[in-house]
Design a protein around this ligand. Structure first.
Ligand SMILES: O=C(O)CCC(=O)C(=O)O
Ligand SMILES: [Fe+2]
Length: 360
């Protein structure tokens, strides 16, 4: 279906994937073949027929825009710096990707979890309570509903991916038990002509990167700006298509498949006139998970270690407990939050939470 010569991001229809319906075997097999080819050649696709209702999608994008429209001082009341769980608001230019400050604001959140004791292993703090804008009463229920709905779609996609790779589905899906890693990032990219939230002139909302972890499922509004880097190095637009999510995988999944499935490099450009809102959801294994080795993909089948990308291979994958890796990623992306809440214990050679946070 997909050929290296055709710069396109395929649209896959989830209505065709009914693995538990014997009458639907042919369509399901065709879907799985398209999925495999797409992940092998492009690493990005649109999914439609996913079942998440349009009114929920519209309500979530509206809630997100209402949040980012609040005055900065009100958004800062729920700044990520308040949270040892790396959950909360990050202001414009507050993060750096590909050596440039991002031209975006974000609100990081996940499923609600209780507070974590200070002496628990540091990485377990990635679960914890969210911070919610108290000015917007419908925000929390709408966003949590979207989170659960998108997570169901994500799990179905992961199952389909395991089937299309011919790997043991049960073993693979066991990594994503009840306590699976799940992060949502409400995101606002101000337009270049925005007078209130003035972007830096480089015009890059988020610089070239690969996602780490497993699966990213993205809801984008109708403005556009997401770009995907093909295997030959060319950048193409992932134009918004109503009623779809955009799907890609992260580096740990790519490694697991020995690059049969690729973690494609992508970036977002700020639109000239319009503000853009997007809501990615990232799914990852539960944080005590040890990533299994898939022995059927032997290294000598790994025929394209050298595909072109503007970003280097990540070094995040050394630790064997998944949560340690994820924690490393957050430490690196949010240096100030890390300094406030954590320190490296030289005696024990491990990261720990500070009994009292630094006041910064
Ligand atoms: O906003 C988007 O379209 C993509 C965001 C993204 O790639 C990310 O946050 O990792
Ligand atoms: Fe990304």
């Amino acid at each position: 279906m997909v050929s290296k010569d055709i710069p396109e991001i395929p649209i896959l229809d989830f209505e065709q994937y009914r693995p538990d319906d014997p009458k639907h075997q042919e369509a399901t097999s065709a879907f799985l073949k398209d999925l495999y080819d797409t992940m092998h050649e492009v690493g990005f696709f649109y999914i439609r027929g996913h079942g998440v209702p349009l009114p929920l999608i519209q309500a979530a994008l509206k809630s997100s825009a209402e949040f980012f429209d609040l005055p900065l001082n009100e958004k800062l009341e729920i700044a990520m710096a308040n949270s040892p769980h790396y959950r909360g608001f990050t202001k414009l230019n507050g993060e750096t990707t590909d050596f440039k400050q991002d031209n975006r604001e974000t609100l990081d959140l996940g499923r609600e979890y209780p507070k974590v004791p200070v002496d628990a292993p540091a990485y377990t703090n990635l679960r914890g309570p969210n911070q919610w804008p108290k000015q917007l009463p419908s925000f929390k229920p709408v966003i949590l509903q979207l989170l659960e709905s998108m997570h169901n779609v994500g799990l179905r996609i992961l199952r389909a991916m395991a089937q299309s790779l011919g790997i043991k589905e049960d073993e693979f899906m066991a990594m994503f038990g009840d306590d699976l890693g799940m992060r949502m990032k409400l995101t606002y990219y101000p337009g270049m002509e925005n007078k209130k939230d003035v972007p830096l002139q480089h015009g890059i909302g988020v610089g070239a990167h690969k996602d780490y972890g497993f699966l990213a499922l993205l809801l984008q509004d109708e403005v556009g700006g997401l770009q995907v880097q093909l295997l030959d190095g060319r950048w193409i637009d992932a134009k918004p298509i109503k009623g779809t999510f955009v799907v890609n995988i992260g580096e740990i999944f790519e490694k697991l498949t020995k690059k049969r499935f690729i973690a494609t490099t992508h970036r977002v450009l700020n639109n000239n006139e319009q503000n853009r809102y997007s809501i990615p959801l990232f799914l990852a294994p539960h944080n005590q998970c040890k990533i299994p080795q898939l022995t059927q993909f032997s290294p000598d089948e790994n025929h394209r270690l050298d595909y072109k990308s503007d970003v280097a291979e990540d070094q995040l994958l050394q630790g064997d407990v998944y949560g340690e890796n994820e924690f490393k990623g957050y430490r690196r992306s949010h240096v100030e939050v890390t300094r406030k809440w954590y320190y490296f214990d030289q005696d024990q050679q491990q990261w720990r939470r500070r009994p009292t946070p630094l006041s910064i």
